[in-house]
Ligand binder design. Structure first.
Ligand SMILES: [Zn+2]
Length: 233
């Protein structure tokens, strides 16, 4: 069950009061996707990952909080153009505005995740945004690569970071690069689950398969392939 609550927020950028929907609790039914996207019902809460001030367009996880530098970013033409861009679904624009702020603050891991969320918003918007979603996954990889160079972690372990990179690369059609990420991840001796995910990614890359799969799909595949072959005779 998913519970919401309407709460008043005072925008930290323009000072206007506005109402925001806040998530109180939700339930995840099933297995997350390989890029960590939660299963139903939790996946329906994507719009609640981001708030937008209707007065000035400030996008944040909580619009009542901001560092001083944000005020200048929100008024920039690039930011306002993104907010009203017709090339992306409305929800993707909010995440992409948030990514502009995080990039300007040198938070590359957070900017990368904002772009991943924007890709999910495109996935939900239908086949017309399939190519846009793939381009956003490429963009997320670039941010996570930059994050790594700056020692900003974007997943709980190095192997899980590589598993995420492998999925973003595979889903955007970069199968050779995805396989490289898999090999790097396996070199970090991951636990059984992450190892199964990485090996499954490798298998999908060999098939040039860019489709969405869940962690449960990876575990079931690993289970099948690990089963010893029956000897004949
Ligand atoms: Zn505002």
């Amino acid at each position: 069950m998913t519970l919401f609550r309407e709460e008043q927020r005072i925008c930290a950028v323009c000072g206007q009061a506005n109402m925001q929907t806040v998530l109180r609790s939700t339930t995840a039914l099933g297995s997350p996707d390989l890029d960590t996207r939660p299963p139903p019902l939790a996946r329906m809460t994507l719009p609640l990952y981001i708030q937008c001030c209707p007065a000035c367009g400030y996008c944040a996880r909580d619009v009542s909080e901001a560092v001083p530098a944000v005020q200048n970013i929100v008024t920039q033409p690039e930011y306002q153009a993104q907010l009203h861009s017709e090339q992306f679904p409305y929800l993707a624009n909010l995440f992409l505005c948030y990514h502009i702020i995080q990039q300007a603050l040198d938070n590359y891991a957070e900017a990368g995740w904002a772009v991943v969320f924007a890709a999910w918003a495109c996935d939900d918007a239908g086949p017309a945004f399939m190519t846009t979603a793939a381009r956003l996954r490429e963009k997320a990889v670039a941010f996570f690569t930059e994050a790594r160079e700056r020692s900003q972690a974007f997943a709980p372990s190095r192997a899980e970071e590589d598993a995420l990179l492998a999925d973003l690369l595979r889903r955007s059609g970069h199968f050779t690069a995805a396989q490289k990420a898999v090999e790097q991840g396996l070199a970090h001796s991951p636990d059984h689950t992450v190892q199964s995910i990485l090996r499954f990614q490798h298998h999908l890359c060999r098939q040039h398969n860019p489709n969405v799969y869940t962690v449960q799909d990876a575990l079931a595949w690993a289970e099948r392939t690990n089963r010893p072959m029956k000897r004949k005779g």
